[in-house]
Each structure stands twice: as structure tokens, then as C-alpha cells.
Write a protein that binds this ligand. Structure first.
Ligand code: EPU
Length: 341
């Protein structure tokens, strides 16, 4: 039950349609926008017995049913250069900052390291949860630490890079410590000079062409590539990649390569290959197809889209169908990259 004397502006039966980029119209039992750390401590301590769901940009979440308990929208703002050295800077960013706006700020200030992560939807606080990555760069490459608040007892704790247990689209916050902490800010180190440009992935080099290679041209190229492959969440509801690219043992990869010579994959570690889930889905002729109000995007088979009025159940039924067929054909278990609630 809500505390009747609470001064906090907690809304009841709140539609989350505008709070998730897939545009799923589900209702949250209670909804609260967190504007300060004090706010966060208060709302948590006043709602100790309730189920808490933390929402960032809602760009990696599929709601399949009424959301009971209290949904917190993190709106903590602030970007601060906290240390400046000859070659690099250390920046503290609050969890509620928009990720892409923050990347633009770094590029405009001449700070290097996350230009390849341009145009990733979502908020800064969600970035460590799944160790966001694109075009050969991952958050962990620049990450120093993040500050958190424990949902149950409101104690504060800082986790350094090593302690976050980052992996491919994962961290401790997605596994052993799922739903335990709320990330309130992150600290990263970026270069001021002698930037280490990363232009080897995909078509970045071709996209830059004859232009000078610098932070701005790389960011621009990444934005152009992403725009051509990934639908604009404002125009077509989606959550970016719906599945992770499966990592398989090389013996299994060689076996598949014999049977499916055009399979797309690359070596990630000793004996391990990362297979393109988009290739598997495209091979099964799902690209551009739809079932009900949910489709597979025509330019990127890894992206499911809302064709209008889709429900979480419809998303799940298409996702399950794809997972089942991928398993039947390739004996590979696709795992969702998005969070399904
Ligand atoms: N491909 C296909 N069909 C398609 C699209 C791609 O066969 O429809 C094959 C091609 O062989 C292509 C390869 O897949 O060369 C890789 O495609 P792409 O560069 O688009 O990357 P991805 O592996 O499909 C991953 C991330 C994206 C990230 C891009 C670029 C995951 C789950 N997804 O996609 O991240 O932007 O690489 O680095 O790792 C996200 O996480 O939401 C996301 C969009």
C-alpha cells in the first residue's frame, strides 16, 4: 500500500506506452520520477515492501503484462569533469542523462573513447547493466566505476570496472546482482589527445572515405550506419537488437560452416566463435516478415519492430517462433538481449 502521508508525487495506474521504445501499452501500478539522490533514498525507504522496477530510457525492455509494484523512472542529471590530466579526463555522469546526448557532448569537447557508441538509445545508468557496445567498442573499455544505491537498505556502494564483471552484453547487475542495486552515476576515462581510433568494424572506414579521421567524422559515420540499419524508435517502435549473437565452440562452428558455407561469424576467443544472429534469422527467411503487429525489420534481421498497437505477448510469440526455428535448424539456443518483464 502507498503511504498516504507521503509527499512524493507517486502516480497510480500509469501508462508506460511513452516510457518504452517498443511502444507497448502496459500499465504500471505506481510510477515515480526520481529527480535527486535524496528523492531516491526517500522513495525506496517509504516503499520497502513493494516490488521495485527501475526504468531508464525503456529502450531494452519488453513489457508483457501489468507491472505491479512501483516503477521508478531515473531522471538524475549532471555531467562533471572531475579530473583533468595531460592526456585524459575523468568524467562523472549521472544515470538519467541521455546516452547519445552525452556522447555528443564528449565528441564536441574533443574527448575520445565513446564516439563509436553514438546513437545508442537509452540512459547512462543502463549502459553498465548490459555493457553496451557497438562497432568494436564496449563501455568497459573506458569504464572506471559506478555508484549505486541498494534497493532494500539504501546503502551506497561503488563498483570498479573489475567488480562489475562485464562480459558481452552483460555485467553483475544482469546476473548475480539483478534487481539489487540502482546505478546512480558512472565514472569513465576519456582521452584528450592521442585518441585510439577504432575504425576497423564493418563499413566505418568506407563511410568516412576521404575525410579526416577524427572523433567527429567517426561519430558521424556511426550515426549514418546506424540510421541506415536500425529503425528510429520515434517512428517505429523497437528495442535495437532483440537477441544476443550466440557464442559457440569452434568445433560446432566448423560443423555448421560445412553445412551452411555462407554463415556469418567471427572468432572471439580461443576456440570460440560469435555467430551473427541476424544471419541465422535472415537465413530462415524472417527478414521483413511479420506476425500480427510485430515484424522483423527489413534492414536488420536482429531487430523486431512494432507495426502499430503490438502487445508484449505478440512480441514473445514471434520471438519464440524464431528461437524455435533457429534451434531446429542450427541447434543453437538464441538468448534475448532485451529484458522481458
Ligand atoms: N547480417 C545479416 N543480416 C542482417 C544484418 C546483419 O546476415 O539483416 C550479418 C552480416 O553478415 C553482418 C553481420 O551480420 O556483417 C553483423 O551485422 P551488424 O554489423 O549489423 O551487427 P550485429 O551483430 O547484427 C551487433 C550489436 C548491435 C551493434 C552492431 C554494431 C548485438 C546483439 N548487437 O549487431 O547492437 O550496433 O553489432 O556493432 O551484439 C543493440 O545491442 O541493441 C545493438 C543494436
Amino acid at each position: 500500500m502507498l503511504n498516504r502521508n507521503s509527499y512524493l508525487d507517486i502516480r497510480s495506474n500509469y501508462s508506460l506506452e511513452k516510457s518504452n521504445t517498443f511502444g507497448l501499452d502496459v500499465t504500471s501500478e505506481s510510477f515515480y520520477i526520481v529527480k535527486s539522490l535524496n528523492d531516491l533514498r526517500n522513495v525506496l525507504s517509504e516503499n520497502k515492501t513493494r516490488k521495485i522496477t527501475v526504468l531508464g530510457g525503456g529502450s531494452n525492455i519488453i513489457f508483457t503484462k501489468f507491472l505491479d509494484g512501483l516503477c521508478l523512472k531515473i531522471d538524475l542529471k549532471g555531467i562533471d569533469i572531475i579530473e583533468e590530466h595531460k592526456n585524459n579526463v575523468i568524467i562523472n555522469v549521472m544515470a538519467g542523462e541521455n546516452w547519445h546526448d552525452f556522447v555528443k557532448w564528449t565528441v564536441n569537447n574533443g574527448f575520445g573513447g565513446i564516439e563509436n557508441l553514438s546513437l545508442i538509445p537509452g540512459l547512462v545508468g543502463a549502459a553498465p547493466i548490459q555493457n553496451i557496445g557497438a562497432y568494436g567498442v564496449e563501455l568497459k573499455d573506458v569504464f572506471i566505476s559506478c555508484k549505486t544505491i541498494n534497493i532494500k537498505d539504501q546503502t551506497e556502494k561503488e563498483f570498479d570496472e573489475k567488480n562489475c564483471l562485464f562480459g558481452y552484453r552483460t555485467s553483475r547487475f544482469k546476473n548475480i546482482d539483478k534487481n539489487i542495486y540502482i546505478i546512480t552515476s558512472i565514472k569513465i576515462r576519456l582521452t584528450k589527445e592521442k585518441h585510439k581510433y577504432n575504425i576497423s568494424y564493418g563499413s566505418i572506414k568506407e563511410e568516412i572515405g576521404n575525410r579526416e579521421i577524427n572523433l567527429k567524422s567517426i561519430s558521424k559515420a556511426v550515426i549514418k550506419i546506424r540510421k541506415s540499419k536500425l529503425p528510429d524508435t520515434n517512428l517505429l517502435g523497437n528495442c535495437g537488437s532483440f537477441f544476443k549473437n550466440p557464442v559457440i565452440h569452434e568445433s560446432k562452428y566448423f560443423e555448421l560452416k560445412k553445412k551452411f558455407p555462407s554463415i556469418s561469424a567471427f572468432k572471439v576467443e580461443k576456440n570460440q566463435y560469435k555467430v551473427s544472429a541476424a544471419w541465422l534469422i535472415e537465413f530462415l527467411k524472417y527478414k521483413g516478415k511479420s506476425i500480427g503487429n510485430v515484424g522483423v525489420y527489413k534492414n536488420q534481421a536482429l531487430v523486431l519492430i512494432n507495426l502499430g498497437g503490438a502487445t508484449g505477448k505478440e512480441v514473445l510469440s514471434l520471438a519464440n517462433k524464431i528461437t524455435y526455428e533457429v534451434y531446429s535448424t542450427f541447434k543453437i539456443n538464441l538468448q534475448p538481449e532485451v529484458e522481458i518483464l
